[in-house]
Design a protein around this ligand. Structure first.
Ligand SMILES: Nc1ncnc2c1ncn2[C@@H]1O[C@H](COP(=O)(O)OP(=O)(O)OP(=O)(O)O)[C@@H](O)[C@H]1O
Length: 270
């Protein structure tokens, strides 16, 4: 469990990036921090592994203030996936994945073997382990980023717009694979995105942020749709989403759901 207790952050010379943010991320759940650029999502995420120190308030992991933890050891114990993969360009894929286990004492050969299994787990051919990051597609690099974050078998995964830089089809694949992985692994995940659909697909709970890290609303995706707490929430999640009425039409023997303007939104199960 991760607890943010009234955390604030003022960067030198800047306005408050986050003020008085409180939130609990239950163990084995995915909480998505959703909001526009600059609302403080990354700042909040990085407070968990002490890449950012709060100006006030504290962050607890399983009841323990992270300030009492050695930052290097803390970072190695938490998986972190960045938007552009953050892979080391001059190391092979296998070595990128094996970096933290090797640093924490796993013999290199064993770490490489584990890396190959992890690559498979995230849907990559383990033979890619011998390549360098630049020899992989963007989507493949993101998968490696996830494998690397999982390598030390952390309880917590921090994911900062991990699928933001890939095309919509690959993005969809990565999202589904993450759901599958999470169903198997049950990590405690904090996932940052500005994409409403991604947040609603992945989040057990969504925390919608306004400027300055203020919580506009938090809840299960369906709650945000059913009862948006303000006009801001209504607008952010898609002004018409809550009001959109769907109806079914018959097309080539299947029932297709269409919205009020006749746009198809999906096929209904028989
Ligand atoms: N190292 C820093 N020094 C000064 N100001 C910073 C620093 N990092 C972030 N900020 C400012 O703090 C605010 C919040 O930034 P943050 O990166 O947390 O937002 P974000 O919601 O993650 O945005 P994005 O989606 O664009 O990454 C912004 O106004 C940003 O300019």
């Amino acid at each position: 469990m991760i607890e943010f207790e009234s955390v604030s952050k003022e960067y030198p010379g800047g306005a408050a990036a986050v003020s008085g943010f409180s939130c609990t991320v239950p163990s084995h759940r995915t909480v998505v921090l959703l909001g526009s650029s600059g609302c403080g999502k990354t700042t909040l995420l990085r407070m968990v592994n002490r890449m950012v120190e709060p100006s006030a308030g504290r962050v607890l992991i399983d009841g323990e203030d992270v300030r009492g933890r050695d930052p290097v050891e803390l970072r190695r114990s938490i998986g972190y996936v960045m938007q552009h993969g953050g892979l080391l360009p001059h190391r092979t894929i296998a070595d990128n994945v094996a970096t933290v286990p090797v640093l924490t004492g796993t013999p290199r050969r064993e770490a490489r073997r584990a890396a190959a299994a992890l690559l498979e787990r995230v849907g990559l051919d383990p033979a890619l382990g011998g390549r360098y990051p630049a020899q992989l597609s963007g989507g493949q690099q993101q998968r490696v980023g996830v494998a690397r974050a999982l390598a030390a078998d952390p309880n917590i995964l921090l994911m900062d717009e991990p699928f933001g830089a890939v095309d919509p089809i690959v993005r969809r694949d990565l999202q589904r694979e993450l759901l599958q992985l999470q169903a198997e692994l049950g990590k405690t995940i904090v996932f940052v995105t500005h994409d409403v659909d991604e947040a609603f697909l992945l989040g057990d709970e969504v925390v919608l942020l306004e400027a300055g890290g203020r919580i506009a609303q938090r809840g299960a995706p369906a709650e945000l749709i059913a009862r948006p707490a303000s006009d801001f929430v209504r607008d952010f999640i898609g002004a018409d989403r809550a009001e959109r009425r769907l109806r079914a039409v018959e097309v080539s023997g299947r029932r297709v759901a269409v919205d009020g303007e006749g746009r198809p939104v999906g096929v209904l199960e028989p």
